[in-house]
Design a protein around this ligand. Structure first.
Ligand code: RIB
Ligand code: CA
Length: 303
């Protein structure tokens, strides 16, 4: 089993990623760290705890950043994830509580305690990871791997034509992570937009006749309606965050290329992830995905 820390801004596809990770025997999810992004930190933390309760799993949750490293926070994407950042399914407060230790200190302590063992899967803004590597640069050489959902290296963005949501929400954090020496695999829109969950699958989840099946179907339905608004006729939603988890479960789902990557920090192209070949790098960009193989694996694991 691979010990992983899942850094989330729970949101709807984050919730799907959490379920996929917890239902995959290849992974040992040792902790969840939360970040602002799809909503304010109190929402994303509450939502993470609610998803754990839905899944009847107990994994420690550590609260992270509530704003970007250095720039004002953007408006939250309520049009994509709902006012509650969970597709209007955050109908109660969780019983479970987050840990008292903060996300950044947890990441640092766990990586130092288990050198070269921990994989960090980051599927929100990279603020927590940036703060951790700024506070303790040594972790860059101690983390086994970092796999992020973020960026749009050779394709259009989803917030502006140039930028993807997780990166533009905190461009400085992403640029810090990419230049830190951390061994990063970038699972960007280059591959995630090819992993569409068809609308029809929600009926299968409802047919399970379980509370969790109905919960996830209702939640994901909100996300699919948002996708239909931006991409009329798309007939589903992209499994952005689940694919980052999938790449850790089975690296064979994707093809990777080594690139240096920097982030544009000002002007119209702010948040753009730019690949360049010069110089050594520990960054790999996912450029191709076995979409159908991954989708079937995800669906088989989810419930
Ligand atoms: O661009 C998609 C990413 O932004 C996903 O991680 C989604 O949850 C949002 O955080
Ligand atoms: Ca996310």
């Amino acid at each position: 089993m691979k010990p992983v820390i899942l850094d989330v801004d729970t949101g709807i596809d984050d919730a799907l990623a959490i379920a996929y990770a917890l239902n995959s025997p290849e992974l040992e999810v040792i902790g969840l760290t939360t970040c602002f992004g799809n909503g304010p930190i109190d929402y994303t933390t509450r939502n993470t705890l609610l998803i754990l309760e839905q899944l009847e799993r107990s994994v420690p949750v550590y609260i992270g950043a509530d704003k970007p490293l250095s720039r004002p926070a953007k408006k939250f994407p309520t049009h994509v994830h709902g006012e509650d950042s969970l597709g209007n399914k955050a109908e109660k407060d969780p019983v479970m509580e987050a840990e008292s230790v903060g996300a950044v200190d947890y990441i640092i302590s766990e990586v130092k305690k288990r050198p070269h063992e921990i994989t960090i899967i980051a599927v929100g803004p990279l603020t927590n990871l940036a703060l951790a590597v700024q506070k303790e640069p040594e972790i860059a050489s101690l983390v086994k791997e970092v796999v992020i959902m973020g960026g749009a290296v050779f394709v259009r963005g989803n917030v502006t034509p140039y930028s993807e949501a997780n990166v533009i929400t905190d461009p400085e954090a992403a640029d810090c992570v990419f230049s830190s020496g951390l061994p990063v695999t970038i699972v960007g829109l280059d591959v995630t937009m090819q992993t569409l969950l068809p609308n029809s699958k929600l009926a299968d989840w409802r047919a399970l006749g379980t509370d969790v099946g109905h919960f996830f179907a209702d939640m994901t339905s909100f996300y699919m309606q948002a996708y239909e608004t931006f991409h009329p006729g798309i007939g589903g939603c992209a499994l952005h965050d689940p694919l980052a988890v999938g790449v850790v479960i089975d690296p064979g789902f994707v093809k990777r290329e080594k690139w240096n990557v920097k982030v544009i920090l000002e002007g119209e192209e702010t948040g753009r992830t730019v690949a360049y070949a010069e110089g050594e790098t520990k960054i790999q960009v996912c450029t191709q995905v076995e979409a159908e193989t991954f989708l079937n694996h995800f669906l088989n694991r989810l419930f």
